[in-house]
Each structure stands twice: as structure tokens, then as C-alpha cells.
Design a protein around this ligand. Structure first.
Ligand code: UGA
Length: 434
């Protein structure tokens, strides 16, 4: 089978490369010429473990192609995935400008039956909007189907998530489209991946409901972490015991600095907006968003408090800038909020991240970027673990203690044991543990 993926951003590129790995012939399309040229040379525009290998191997093997020519890609493909961005507008709703542009382009170049699939996270009802746009822009009557096939790829483990997903969701109107989609995903069928076959609207909502539930789980445990600090309980043990209840499950119950990234913050806001437009109040999702904002504020405030409110001239070391480990993505990263607040209060910031420094540099040139955690710790008045990269899990703490100017240690991902750090002489703060 031959398919096209329009949009070589994160979702598009991972999807295209992984389908090629399944043996499908894939053409990835993007209007950004230089991006396409770089992809042909095997240069990936972002950091994602394992992706470069797959892209290079399948490009070489002739199963993965890159082009700016949408017409050619549409002509030769049976299935066309729309994987362009849906950035948030000022009011939190998703901007569908790019999706609509692509739908128009696809329609103009369609000469025979196609299955048009949305992979981008799009508001409920977008599939039908695309159907209207395509019908309006077809040059001659051509049969086609609309499918919603949301992605559940986590940055940092996207390839694994694609190859071994918890489920595949396919929302379509007609059996023919479902059969074609199942054929495309045949390798996953063979490893007994559950398939949820449903209508387009339900598939679109599944994606938002999933991300909003994950966000709610995180905000829930973060609120409990605050209470743990107030009563002297241990949030890690609370979460562990809660997670052992099969009805709850252990995942996404790690208290920390709150959820960031390009998905959970955006999708929770968009879902609230979608519901408002229909007159439905999603109080729980709203509360999850609000709790997330408070968590970042509360933990940043704790740093200021440790300096009696004034960090002016103090050197604060930040370990981790990416919104989570194994990515260079800093969108909605808690690090941005912390660094911004501390810089506003005239602190001196030193920072290290294994992947995200270049991205951070484009926002903050006034930071001293370091080559490792020890360079950050040297002469620092406080050290803050913001992202739980593996590199920070086994630091030589005695060495850190010696080279720091002061002994304030904020472990905002609960990596270390409080007793050990206190015994080493640190003033240790973590999340929801005393
Ligand atoms: C998320 C979903 O997990 C994917 O299934 C989905 O496909 C993707 O959004 C998307 O919509 O494209 P991602 O944004 O890559 O994936 O990151 P997550 O692993 O979900 O983490 C999100 C945030 O929550 C991070 O800031 C992370 O540090 C935080 N988090 C996660 C916690 O604070 N505690 C936890 O227990 C888990």
C-alpha cells in the first residue's frame, strides 16, 4: 500500500517512519523545503530516541520518501494522513487553519478514491468539516472516506508507542475505510493490539478525554502532595498504595512540577472550550488546569521563601530544562516558569540539560549554560532538579555538597531519599515529602 503523510512535524514524521518500517510505501510531505532536504539527508529536526535510525534505513530502502509536492503524493496514495499542527488560539481553542489548508490542497489533487485520515488532535466535529471542505474543492466528483485515527505517542518514547500501542482507535463512517485502515495496521493486529472501531466523532473525543484524564491524574496527585506536606505524610507512598489498586493503576501518579509539553496543557484547554461551545461545564478538567498552574507557582515560591523572599544576586542551578526526559522540547516546560520568575527577581541562573539547551538559548541568552550537573552546582546557592533525566538520578552528592556555595537542594521530581540528603547536610526540599 502507498500512503501520504502531510506534515513532517513530530506526529507526522514518527507516523510516516514507523509505517515505512511496517513495509508500507510512505511519502511525507511538508511545505518547508529546507526541512524536506534535511530529512533526505537523515537530519531529524527534533530529538527523539530511535527515530533517526528508522528514517535513514527506510529512506535508503525506498519505502520512505520526502517531498514538497503534495499533488504527486496525493495521486499515488490510497490513504492520506493529515498531521499538521493545531496551535492554540488566544482563547485556548485549537486553530484549524493548517488542517483546512491541507484539506483544500488534497481535494484539488484528488482524482480517485482516497481515505483521508486525521492524526492531528482536532476538535470534535473536524472530520465532518474536512469532509465539507473536500467536497467543496473537488475538481470532479470523487468518492472518499474520512477517518479519525488519533495518536497516543509520548515524546521520548514515540517509536515504542507506535510499534507497541495500548490500542489503535479508528473512527470511520463506512466499512470500506475501516478495512483499509485495519490492513494498514496489520502488523499490530498480528501482535493482538486492541482495536477500537467507532464513529468519527467518538474517535475525536477519545483523544481529548484521554489526555485530559492523564492531566487530571497528575493534578490530583499534585494537590495531594501539597496536603502531604501540610500533614507530614509521604506522597510517594500514598501514590504507590493508590496505584496498587487495579482500578486506579500506578502510572501518571508522580507528583512533581505539573504537566507541561505541547499536548496536555493545550488539549485540556481545548476540551474545556469544545465543551463550553456545547454548553457543557467540564469542572474537573478546569480544576486540573488550575491545579497545574498552582503547583508550578507553589514550588517556585518555595525557592524564593528559602531565600527569605530575595534571590537577587543568588546563583541558582537548574538541572533539566526539557518538559520531561528524553526530549529537547521546552514547550510549556515548568523550567520556563521557574527560570522566568527567578530572573525577574534578579537571580543568576546556571543550567544544564542533556538535550534542550539549544532550544532554551533561543529564549534566554542571559543564562549560564553548563556542560554537566557539577558545573551547574559549582558555587551555586541552590540546586533545583526540574527534569528527571537519568543523568541526575545518581549524582555524586558528596561532591555536589563540596562544590556548592550553600546547601539548598530542591528535588522537584522526588528522585532522592530525603533522609540521605539531610544526612549529607543538605537543606532538602522535595514534593509532598518531609
Ligand atoms: C502526551 C500523552 O501521554 C500521549 O499519549 C499523547 O499522544 C501526547 O500527549 C499527545 O497528545 O500527542 P507527552 O506530552 O509526550 O504525551 O508527555 P507525557 O509523558 O504524557 O507527559 C506530560 C507531562 O506530564 C510532562 O510534563 C510530565 O513531566 C508530566 N507528568 C507525567 C507528571 O508530572 N507526572 C506523571 O506521573 C506523569
Amino acid at each position: 500500500m502507498h500512503i501520504a503523510i502531510i506534515g513532517t512535524g513530530y506526529v507526522g514524521l514518527v507516523t510516516g517512519a514507523c509505517f515505512a518500517e511496517f513495509g508500507v510505501f510512505v511519502t511525507c510531505v511538508d511545505k518547508d523545503k529546507s526541512k524536506i532536504e534535511k530529512l533526505k539527508e537523515g537530519i531529524i529536526p527534533f530529538y527523539e530516541p530511535g527515530l533517526e535510525d528508522i528514517v535513514k534505513r527506510n529512506y535508503k530502502g525506498g519505502r520512505l520518501n520526502f517531498t514538497t509536492n503534495i499533488q504527486e503524493a496525493v495521486e499515488e496514495s490510497l490513504v492520506i494522513f493529515i498531521a499538521v499542527g493545531t496551535p492554540p488560539r488566544g482563547d485556548g481553542s485549537a486553530d484549524l487553519k493548517y488542517v483546512e489548508e491541507v484539506a483544500t490542497e488534497i481535494a484539488k489533487n484528488m482524482t480517485n478514491y482516497k481515505v483521508i485520515v486525521t492524526k492531528s488532535t482536532v476538535p470534535v466535529g473536524t472530520g465532518f468539516k474536512i469532509k465539507e471542505i473536500i467536497t467543496k474543492n473537488l475538481k470532479k466528483p470523487v468518492e472518499f472516506d474520512i477517518v479519525s485515527n488519533p495518536e497516543f505517542l509520548r515524546e521520548g518514547s514515540a517509536v515504542e508507542d507506535f510499534m507497541r500501542p495500548n490500542r489503535v482507535v479508528i473512527g470511520a463512517e463506512r466499512p470500506q475505510a475501516i478495512a483499509i485502515m485495519k490492513d494498514l495496521y496489520r502488523p499490530l493486529y498480528l501482535i493482538e493490539t486492541p482495536f477500537v472501531i467507532t464513529d468519527v466523532l467518538t474517535a475525536e473525543l477519545i483523544k481529548y478525554a484521554t489526555n485530559s484524564f492523564l492531566a487530571t491524574k497528575i493534578s490530583f496527585i499534585n494537590e495531594i502532595s501539597h496536603l502531604c506536606e501540610a500533614v507530614g505524610a509521604d506522597v510517594k507512598t500514598v501514590a504507590k498504595a493508590m496505584g496498587l489498586d487495579g482500578r486506579i493503576g500506578p502510572k501518571f501518579l508522580h507528583a512533581g512540577l505539573g504537566f507541561g509539553g505541547s499536548c496536555l496543557p493545550k488539549d485540556t484547554m481545548a476540551l474545556v472550550k469544545i465543551a463550553e461551545e456545547k454548553g457543557v461545564n467540564l469542572g474537573i478538567v478546569k480544576a486540573a488546569i488550575e491545579a497545574n498552574r498552582r503547583q508550578k507557582e507553589r514550588l517556585t515560591h518555595k525557592i524564593l521563601e528559602a531565600f527569605n523572599g530575595s534571590v537577587e544576586g543568588k546563583t541558582i542551578g537548574i538541572l533539566g530544562l526539557a518538559f520531561k526526559p528524553n526530549t529537547d522540547d521546552i514547550r510549556e516546560a515548568p523550567s520556563v516558569y521557574i527560570v522566568n520568575t527567578l530572573l525577574e527577581k534578579k537571580a543568576i541562573i546556571k543550567a544544564f540539560d542533556p538535550a534542550a539547551i539549544e532550544n532554551f538559548k533561543s529564549m534566554y541568552s542571559e543564562i549560564q549554560y553548563c556542560n554537566d550537573a557539577y558545573e551547574v552546582a559549582k558555587d551555586a546557592d541552590a540546586l533545583v532538579i526540574v527534569t528527571e533525566w537519568n543523568q541526575f538520578r545518581n549524582l555524586d552528592l558528596e561532591r555536589i555538597k563540596k562544590i556548592m556555595r550553600s546547601n539548598l537542594f530542591f528535588d522537584y521530581r522526588n528522585i532522592y531519599e530525603p533522609k540521605r540528603l539531610k544526612d549529607l547536610g543538605f537543606i532538602y526540599h522535595s514534593v509532598g515529602r518531609c
